[in-house]
Design a protein around this ligand. Structure first.
Ligand code: C2E
Ligand code: CA
Ligand code: CA
Ligand code: CA
Length: 275
């Protein structure tokens, strides 16, 4: 009787999962997941190309559904960016990041934690207030906060954005231009915005070693421009030793990619780089 009870309970659980999955629209499923705080941070190491040491990490969102399935961001990020739900989700994710920093193993050295922000969110006072609280209450310990602003969306008013970025700078928060070279940015736009770092997109890293290719010339141009403008560089999506060698020879400061590590769940990341 016990076994039959267990089997029945399991069957009922699965039926209810299926029922929820198919009776709710995707938007409703996401709202439910937000209410249940199912969005969590994963951490991808960023490594100094000259010392091979950890200098920071990118905080990447994962949807961990109640039965454990992990949904990649490409499936839901475009939707929640357009509805504005991404704002609340980001705050929740950063709260979890703060808890991880304080409750997992302590990292040996201070690093930066880099969060993805959509341009619309950047111009909203809520984000500045949220960051102000993190900094003034020392909720990150000796670590630093950094924001990645994607170039995939246009920024309506560059002067307003620049003024806002200055207020983040004053808090000691560093700004990075994400997906550089793939979107609306131009060299003059990057200079106007006043970011400290550009992230060289995987699309360009993929062209390293490919001969006679227009894009191969593009990565050279991005690197030359960054160096002349005194911008730091992070190369993304680095998967091979040949790419690491090229980037180190070109003095690209930092490297991020599967060559070193995939994005990791909190426990693995802090265990690996902690005391
Ligand atoms: P992104 O900001 O360009 O993030 C880098 C993506 O490249 C991540 O995908 C990462 O897992 C992947 N990646 C890193 N190294 C390698 C590599 O060596 N090879 C390959 N093939 N891929 C690599 P992920 O985590 O799936 O995120 C996809 C996109 O979703 C991100 O692209 C970002 O635009 C967005 N996203 C993720 N988390 C957030 C978030 O919290 N807020 C917002 N607004 N967007 C987010
Ligand atoms: Ca990013
Ligand atoms: Ca990127
Ligand atoms: Ca990218």
């Amino acid at each position: 009787a016990l076994a039959i009870g267990l089997i029945l309970a399991t069957v009922i659980t699965y039926l209810s999962i299926l029922w929820h999955r198919f009776s709710m629209s995707y938007g409703q499923q996401i709202q439910r997941a937000i209410n249940h705080k199912e969005f969590i941070p994963y951490y991808q190491p960023i490594i100094d190309s000259t010392t091979d040491k950890l200098v920071g990490c990118e905080v990447l969102m994962r949807w961990k559904r109640h039965h454990g399935e992990l949904v990649p961001p490409a499936e839901y990020i475009p939707l929640v960016e357009s509805t504005g739900q991404i704002i609340e989700m980001t705050f929740d994710m950063v709260d979890k990041m703060v808890a991880d920093i304080n409750h997992e193993k302590q990292l040996k050295v201070p690093i930066f934690f880099s969060i993805n922000i959509v341009p619309a969110h950047l111009l909203d006072d809520q984000l500045l207030l949220f960051c102000q609280d993190l900094i003034t209450n020392h909720r990150l310990g000796h670590h630093r906060l950094s924001l990645e602003i994607t170039e995939r969306f246009p920024i309506a008013d560059l002067d307003v954005a620049r003024a806002m970025l200055l207020r983040f700078f004053e808090l000691g928060i560093d700004l990075k231009l994400d997906d550089a070279g793939t979107g609306y940015g131009s060299f003059s736009y990057i200079e106007k915005l006043g970011v400290s770092t550009i992230k060289i997109d995987k699309m360009f890293v993929d062209t390293i070693g490919v001969n006679n290719n227009f894009k191969a010339k593009t990565i050279e141009a991005i690197i030359a421009f960054s160096q002349e403008s005194g911008l730091r560089m992070i190369a993304e999506g680095v998967e091979t030793q040949a790419q690491v060698d090229y980037l180190a020879a070109k003095k690209v400061n930092y490297i991020q990619g599967f060559f070193y590590s995939k994005p990791l769940p909190a426990e693995e990341f802090f265990d690996q780089y902690g005391n």
